[in-house]
Design a protein around this ligand. Structure first.
Ligand code: GRF
Length: 216
């Protein structure tokens, strides 16, 4: 069995897409073994618990700034890595997980962490993306890329699934889709259109990775 740990911070509709695909036998034999959130109120934790899937809340403790904050953050990452490692995942999926993970975390799961990003990212790690229509648009990185696409008045944005490397919002691309920005779009309508593609793509990527691992 190809075991997945899914890290979330919110609603978990992408997690639900993985559950649904698993139920329909459409996930290449992969199964979600663990769901973890940095937020106790993340609805995705309820989705996991309702199915009897292990769910953990690993909160970041409040700490003052400076070295104390850095130490608290490092201790949190270690706790998170311990929880995830205990479930021996073949793949760690960041599905709306709104924290940046350091190389210290990533070294526990080499080449086994993938991320969903609700914008187009370039394959070369650069600052621009060329769309299929030949349009050059800024590569949007960070936690606010859906409103950023509206702010920049981009005619097209998209979503990317990529392997996670120490460089934030970078790393080899596994799947990508362009999504039009329509007149009258607000953040909610645009994000929901993007998420429709994200849910389809995360299922496809997990299925392909599970299948590739079976062939090794
Ligand atoms: C997705 O758009 C993901 O790319 C972003 O957060 C959203 C998660 O949505 N980082 P959900 O919690 O799976 O509904």
């Amino acid at each position: 069995m190809y075991r997945i740990a899914v890290l979330i911070s919110g609603s978990g509709s992408n997690l639900q897409a993985l559950f649904d695909a698993q139920d329909q036998g459409d996930l290449g034999g992969a199964e979600v073994a663990l769901v973890v959130s940095d937020r106790g109120d993340a609805y995705g934790l309820q989705r996991a618990l309702a199915r009897g899937v292990a769910a953990a809340h690993v909160p970041i403790p409040a700490a003052p700034g400076g070295p104390a904050r850095q130490a608290a953050r490092a201790a949190w990452e270690q706790r998170l890595a311990n929880v995830v490692a205990a479930f021996t995942p073949d793949l760690v999926v960041l599905a709306g997980f709104m924290r940046i993970l350091s190389p210290d975390f990533l070294q526990h799961f080499p080449d086994r962490v993938i991320n969903q990003h609700p914008a187009l990212l370039p394959a070369d790690g650069g600052d621009t993306v060329t769309t299929s229509a030949g349009l050059v648009i800024p590569a949007l990185r960070g936690a606010h890329v859906v409103p950023d696409a509206l702010r920049h008045r981009l005619p097209v944005t998209g979503c990317t699934i990529h392997r996670v490397t120490p460089r934030v919002d970078d790393g080899p691309i596994l799947a990508q889709a362009e999504v039009p920005v329509l007149p009258g779009d607000d953040q909610a309508s645009l994000h929901e259109r993007i998420k429709t593609h994200e849910r389809r793509m995360i299922v496809q990527v997990v299925r392909e990775l599970a299948a590739a691992s079976c062939r090794i």
